[in-house]
Design a binder for this molecule. Structure first.
Ligand SMILES: Cc1cc2nc3c(=O)[nH]c(=O)nc-3n(C[C@H](O)[C@H](O)[C@H](O)COP(=O)(O)OP(=O)(O)OC[C@H]3O[C@@H](n4cnc5c(N)ncnc54)[C@H](O)[C@@H]3O)c2cc1C
Ligand code: SF4
Length: 815
């Protein structure tokens, strides 16, 4: 056996803090230590923060791995996973593990994180009850969400809310029980907490605030939660997110000094000089930690000390909190409220836009900020707090944000004077110095390259604007800071283009491109379809559709398949058909030798394998039997799926098929930012799957539940409830108004699910439910646009329109 004379560093805890310390150490003194890492979990180390993304379906477990097994091997680190250290023997400098391993250390790093707090209530051990801490918990939640519908999350802090949102995204009915009157009370004041609750309530999460959980009930598995005031909330899954506590048992048993956490000095040493500790398990100057930003600083200091730097000191700094829920922007740092009458609180509140800003000032300095709805200035406020700058001169304008605060503060962060250790990416602990030096050393020019090489902005994405700013700074301004523009041809965003089209009467693509100084005067494959759609929507009947600005499927009014043939789907109103139509389908199939006939998911008949040059002939025969295009290719209404409803079904309360036909006759032919699908179910059994459609109608005893924003694709999204109405006329009015709102305000290629995710269903309700005149005006605009749009494209082509599209190319014709 070859002996290894290097000092042996043993790390207990393969989590974020422990491994970050090892990474820093490898940078400083590669190869100096022999390293062994023990992890109680069976996995390599991963980005715990992004578990929320895995739960919500935005990331996979593979995507959140920080260091793979190959990385450990390449760096000569012995990794022991799925084996917890059970005892530290300080006398012999040994650690002992659950599987019976005993390992000698010269230096020990304890990074055991924290444990979820479990409230002292009966029922905690029932199947279907879990915490939200690690991959195993997420796997439990996902498994239950596949089989069951109802979840209760206990705890309305950051973790609880992210768990609730993730489960909602997975299609569960979610209730959240919170002990306090408002959400995230440690990070938000009451006003912001209430706005947050209102927004999430609008997204379908039910809240039980002031709710003290008494018991989790269930015979063989969790069935619900009882609250102290007698309320009962049914549940198949109960997630506990009521807090964390430093994991200090090992240290306590080894007689290290512990208090709330393992006590460490500024050099991250414990009471035993050979033992260091970092992360959530430590207590530093009376403080414990629950976010990664200070932990990255601890890791740096700890590694520097192990490498021999006697000057490295850990200083706890102000940190900020945010919430990783798409479309919910929250920021807070420092004091939430005035501590005495000497402090000033300045607030700005715009309920209609869902914006709230509060800053707290003390002795002419900023000591706290709470932002809701618009968090663009969060990092700037944080920097002002850290710099302890006197901001008296800006006092009156400060709450309006950086751009309006005045000349003495530039609109851009001052990247030149920003210290190198200023943290930019909280999720991955990447600071300015690392980003700038990597960009310069590797000559990086794009955000994706910076992400790949530094990990900055590669997780939750909240720091993207800053990383882009740094990129521009590092390459001397040659890279423009990029906002989300229509395409690479312009600096203009979708919304500003749409606004200008209406406000400035722009009626051609050229006019729009001129107005915004398009870099490519002809536009590109991305912006041409978008502008074509925006103009079509703004000027119905006036703007002439540009076929060349459409994708091939839309140009040829059929879906191109993988072998280059097309599929043809005739419209069957509400999913109904008759012998004449079926006969025509049979005839056309035989006549043109169409190889496959299939029923689609939208209850229509799909003729697959049609040659391009046969398309007009196929359409002609179908047209003669009274059938029109089903727009199966269109960024427009596809189908209205129905069940048999009260006419045939024992359970149906209304005529869902008849209503589906009416809805389809109302909305067919409309052009929308992306494809849209509808469905009508005759009762809550929901055989038409209305709750995963862009708009669904579920008939109930009292009328019709209207639900919106569903998606059955890769990212399944269950609809949000819009409103309940009593009559079919109201259903049709709402459907038209909903379609028009989506047509007028979504970005091109944005389906209703991400659109509603972005603007929030509360906003859609404000426009459609709370504003009746507004709804009627939207309906009227929709009906007006339909007068121009409801033209059967097949019929036009049969009569010869764009015949060149369907002619065989000469060389193909010879074969
Ligand atoms: C779902 C979720 C979302 C979060 N979101 C954010 C966020 O947005 N922003 C933010 O700043 N922070 C967030 N956090 C907190 C952040 O993840 C933690 O602060 C960070 O992971 C703490 O790092 P740590 O190394 O101290 O602990 P951990 O990452 O928990 O690592 C500790 C490791 O030690 C192992 N271990 C424990 N005891 C032993 C033993 N005896 N032997 C061997 N191994 C052992 C554990 O299994 C664990 O893997 C989030 C946390 C969760 C759970
Ligand atoms: S949704 Fe209701 S009415 Fe419609 S078929 Fe199913 S059970 Fe019958």
């Amino acid at each position: 056996m070859i002996s290894d004379s290097r000092e042996h560093l043993v790390v207990i805890g393969n989590g974020m803090a422990g491994m970050r310390t090892v990474e820093e150490l490898l940078k400083l003194v590669p190869g100096r230590f022999r390293i062994t890492v023990f992890g109680a979990e069976p996995h390599v180390n991963y980005n715990r923060i992004m578990l929320s993304g895995v739960l919500a379906g935005d990331k996979t477990v593979e995507e959140i791995v920080i260091n793979s097994r190959e990385w450990y091997a390449q760096n000569d680190i012995a990794l022991i996973t799925g084996d917890a250290v059970t005892r530290i023997d300080r006398g012999d400098r040994m650690v002992h593990s659950a599987s019976g391993l005993s390992v000698h250390y010269d230096r020990l790093l304890v990074a055991t994180g924290s444990r979820p707090v479990a409230p002292p209530i009966p029922g905690l051990s029932l199947p279907g009850v879990c915490a939200f801490r690690d991959i195993a918990d997420v796997e439990t939640m996902l498994a239950v969400s596949r089989e069951h519908r109802r979840a209760v999350v206990i705890g309305g802090g950051l973790l609880g809310l992210e768990a609730a949102w993730g489960l909602k995204q997975r299609g569960m009915k979610v209730a959240l029980v919170h002990l306090m009157p408002t959400l995230m009370e440690r990070q938000l004041d009451a006003a912001a907490g209430q706005m947050l609750q209102r927004d999430l309530d609008g997204r379908g999460i039910a809240f039980f605030t002031n709710g003290q959980t008494e018991e989790i009930v269930g015979k063989h598995r969790a069935e619900g939660v009882t609250l102290a005031d007698g309320r009962f909330v049914p549940a198949d899954l109960v997630v506990l997110a009521v807090g964390i506590r430093p994991n200090i048992d090992l240290a306590r048993n080894a007689e290290l000094e512990v208090n709330r956490g393992i006590v460490v000095s500024d050099d991250m040493r414990t009471s035993d000089p050979a033992i260091f500790a970092v992360g959530e398990c430590v207590e530093h100057r009376g403080k414990v930690f629950g976010l990664v930003a200070p932990i990255w600083d601890q890791a740096k200091v700890c590694a520097a000390r192990m490498a021999g730097d006697e000057n490295a000191l850990f200083v706890s700094r102000d940190i900020s909190t945010s919430l990783k829920i798409t479309g919910v922007d929250v920021f807070s740092a420092g004091a939430l409220c005035a501590a005495s009458e000497h402090d000033d609180e300045i607030t700005l509140r715009d309920d209609r836009r869902g914006i709230y800003k509060k800053i707290v000032l003390r002795d002419g300095r900023l000591v706290g900020a709470v932002l809701y709805g618009d968090v663009t200035d969060g990092q700037w406020y944080l920097q002002l707090m850290r710099d302890k700058e006197d901001i008296s001169a800006l006092r009156d304008r400060l709450v309006f944000g950086k751009a309006l605060a005045g000349a003495s503060v530039s609109a851009e962060p001052d990247y030149a004077s920003m210290p190198d250790d200023a943290q930019i990416c909280g999720c991955n602990g990447v600071c300015k110095g690392t980003i700038v030096s990597t960009i310069q050393a590797r000559k990086l020019t794009s955000l994706s390259e910076v992400r790949a090489h530094t990990k900055a902005s590669a997780s939750c994405g909240q720091c993207t604007a800053q990383v882009e700013g740094l990129l521009a700074f590092a390459v001397g301004g040659a890279v423009e800071k990029r906002k989300k523009t229509v395409c690479e041809c312009t600096d203009a965003g979708h919304d500003e283009v749409r606004r200008a089209i209406l406000a400035e009467n722009l009626k051609t693509m050229e006019a729009v491109r001129d107005r915004f100084g398009w870099k490519n005067p002809e536009g590109c494959a991305k912006c041409r379809p978008a502008l074509n759609y925006y103009l079509l929507c703004a000027w119905p009947g006036e703007y002439a559709d540009d076929a060349q600005s459409r994708f091939v499927n839309e140009r040829v009014h059929a879906n191109i398949q993988k072998d280059g043939t097309y599929s043809v789907v005739p419209r069957m109103w509400g999913g109904l058909t008759n012998p004449k139509e079926l006969r025509a389908i049979a005839d056309v199939t035989e006549h043109f030798n169409i190889p496959t006939v299939k029923v689609t998911g939208g209850q229509r008949i799909d003729l697959l394998g049609v040659k391009k040059e046969d398309l007009p002939g196929v359409w002609k025969m179908l047209n003669e039997a009274g059938m029109v295009s089903g727009h199966a290719y269109a960024k427009g209404l596809r189908t209205v799926k129905t069940c048999v409803g009260s006419e045939w079904c024992r359970f149906g309360t209304q005529d869902s098929t008849g209503l589906g036909v009416k809805l389809e006759k109302l909305t067919w032919g409309s052009w929308t930012p992306h494809k849209t699908k509808m469905a009508v179910s005759g009762c809550p059994r929901n055989c038409a799957e209305a709750t995963i459609k862009d708009m669904g109608v579920v008939c109930v005893e009292a009328g019709y539940d209207l639900v919106v924003g569903g998606n059955g694709g890769v990212d399944v999204r269950v609809t949000d409830k819009l409103v309940q109405v009593k009559t079919e006329e109201e259903v049709l009015e709402y459907a038209a108004a909903f379609m028009q709102l989506y047509r007028e305000e979504a970005h091109y290629l944005e389906r209703t699910a991400p659109w509603i995710g972005r603007v929030g269903v509360t906003y859609v309700k404000q426009r459609l439910v709370e504003d009746e005149p507004g709804r009627k005006a939207l309906q009227a605009r929709f009906l007006r646009s339909q007068e121009a749009a409801q033209v059967d494209p097949w019929n036009e082509r049969v009569k010869g329109a764009q015949a060149h599209e369907f002619q065989r190319l000469p060389e193909l014709a010879r074969t």
